[in-house]
Design a protein around this ligand. Structure first.
Ligand code: NAD
Length: 477
């Protein structure tokens, strides 16, 4: 579905005309997206400014330098780990006290990373202001901002809890302020003892794969067992992935991304969608599995097919979903039943069956929720119930399978341009697109990239998270 405002904004003449006429039309930025599979050095030659006085300097140094970034440091005391590794990789850090203003240095920064893990009190939040304030005008379009903190829940003093918690509001607001330039800002909350699991998350949040994830806190923990290898290129090589609802939209985009990252994808959709499901499977060298997920026989037939044809499964993406909108007073029982059964009950039944020995240890489960579902929406009592049910299911399962090294997360998309949103009345659709920091709808591949990331070994520290892929939606959970 085409977005007229975005199309206009991509045309320099139309853009100039609207701006010079002083028309109050916000022009959404063209977003940076990853093209093709993941590469070894996604930050190649990009300037990344690092600040803060936390405990993760060495992790940040390693992540940035290995990803090909050029580290700029806001304070000389951060230099140690950057210098050591920078020499080996030919990426020596540059100490910068304040922006060097001038034509050539304008908009020179690709990313900013602030390590706030050492923050002890609200008074120390001035370091956050001091780091970001002078540099924001130097950020390029589509820049990435990451703040790293400890969770306030584990703080040992009231001032530390207050300061840690403040960073969430700060990051969400910064994301909303800078979204019109296509800039993302996210918060990593690292539990004590999980520092060695931050690299993958930081790398994702700084990369072009993180296009529509913004204003999000992501918690990194040591909860799920992990002793595997992290590889940045073809991270899903040798893995078998089941994606439900893979015939179109978000499911099809996810299938393409995961196949490009090395997975053998089993594309599941309803028997009546054999045509498009088989087409996707052929395109990516995967397999097709036809089943209605709400069929009571589906859990056993899916499990049997995965066991017999692939020896099991490593990744399960519960993406199949439907809307059956009507205000509750007008809703027929069948509409209620379909939304609850397909979007929620089937997810639970199939997962429970796959956990009886078909999903391999070290596996990944990603469930599709929705911001509209969680926040509530007129005419969507059934859909919202099903999608907030997914939140509880995800958190429960995450705790119960952590000792098998299986992570369970949910993705809550905002407004994504698919068949589902094309069916929304035009004015509501337009409002849905614009009411976000990035001022536009996301593409199915934006959700696919976030799902894919959660399924990689590098995301071993992320479990029990509900991550919105919503472009910083102004309303919602
Ligand atoms: P879509 O309608 O484009 O695709 C959904 C797919 O699921 C279809 O191929 C459909 O055939 C399949 N499906 C539906 N019922 C099924 C069943 N009973 N058994 C097997 N397959 C079935 O939708 P989409 O926009 O790509 O949405 C994918 C998921 O993302 C859904 O769970 C949806 O609720 C969620 N989501 C989407 C948006 C959005 O803006 N598009 C926003 C929030 C959440």
């Amino acid at each position: 579905m085409s977005d007229i405002l975005l199309d206009l904004a991509q045309n320099p003449r139309a853009r100039k005309l609207i701006q010079s006429a002083g028309l109050p039309i916000p022009m959404p930025a063209q977003l940076l997206r990853q093209r093709g599979p993941a590469v070894e050095r996604p930050l190649m030659d990009q300037a990344v400014l690092v600040g803060g006085n936390g405990e993760l300097t060495a992790v940040i140094a390693r992540t940035l330098i290995i990803a090909g970034g050029n580290p700029w440091l806001a304070a000389a005391q951060l230099e140690g780990p950057f210098k050591e590794l920078g020499e080996a990789y030919g990426r020596l850090p540059k100490i910068v006290s304040e922006p060097e203003l001038g034509e050539n240095t304008k908009a020179s920064l690709s990313s900013m990373v602030f390590d706030a893990t050492g923050l002890q009190s609200p008074a120390e939040l001035d370091a956050v202001y001091g780091f970001f304030h002078p540099w924001l005008s130097q950020l390029r379009k589509n820049a990435r901002i990451v703040v790293i903190a400890r969770p306030h829940e584990s703080a040992s003093s009231a001032p530390a809890a207050a300061a840690r918690s403040a960073l969430e509001g700060f990051t969400r607001s910064l994301a909303k302020e800078l979204g019109k330039k296509g800039i993302n800002a996210n918060l990593i909350r690292v539990e004590e003892g999980a520092d060695d699991r931050v690299a993958g998350v930081l790398r994702f949040l700084l990369s072009p794969a993180c296009t529509f994830v913004t204003a999000q806190p992501i918690t990194v923990s040591g909860a799920a067992k992990f002793d595997g290898e992290v590889s940045w290129v073809r991270p899903l090589a040798g893995k078998v992935a089941l994606i439900t609802g893979a015939a179109r939209g978000i499911g099809a985009a996810t299938a393409e991304i995961m196949a490009a990252e090395g997975a053998h994808v089993v594309c599941l959709d309803r028997p009546e969608d054999d045509g498009p499901a088989s087409q996707i499977a052929r395109k990516i060298g995967g397999s097709v599995l036809l089943a209605d997920v709400s069929d009571p026989e589906a859990p056993t037939s899916i499990s049997r097919a995965l066991k017999e044809q692939h020896g099991g499964v490593d990744i399960v993406v519960h993406n199949a979903g439907v809307t059956r909108d009507k205000t509750l007073a007008r809703m027929k029982q069948a509409l209620w039943d379909q939304a609850i059964d397909i979007n929620l009950a089937a997810v639970e039944r199939i997962t429970t069956e796959l956990l009886k020995g078909t999903l391999n240890d070290g596996g990944r489960i990603v469930n599709l929720s929705s911001i509209a579902g969680i926040a509530g929406n007129v005419g969507q009592t059934n859909y919202a119930a099903s999608k907030s049910g997914i939140v509880g299911l995800t958190k429960f399962l995450a705790r119960h399978v952590a000792d098998r090294g299986i992570t369970v997360n949910a993705i809550a998309p905002g407004f994504i341009e698919t068949r589902l949103t094309a069916a929304i009345p035009v004015m509501i659709r337009e409002a849905g697109r614009r009411m976000s920091a990035l001022g536009q709808g996301g593409q199915p591949e934006d959700v696919g990239q976030a799902i894919n990331f959660l399924c990689t070994p590098a995301a071993a520290g992320v479990t029990g998270n509900i991550i919105r892929v919503c472009g910083g939606a102004l309303i919602g959970a």
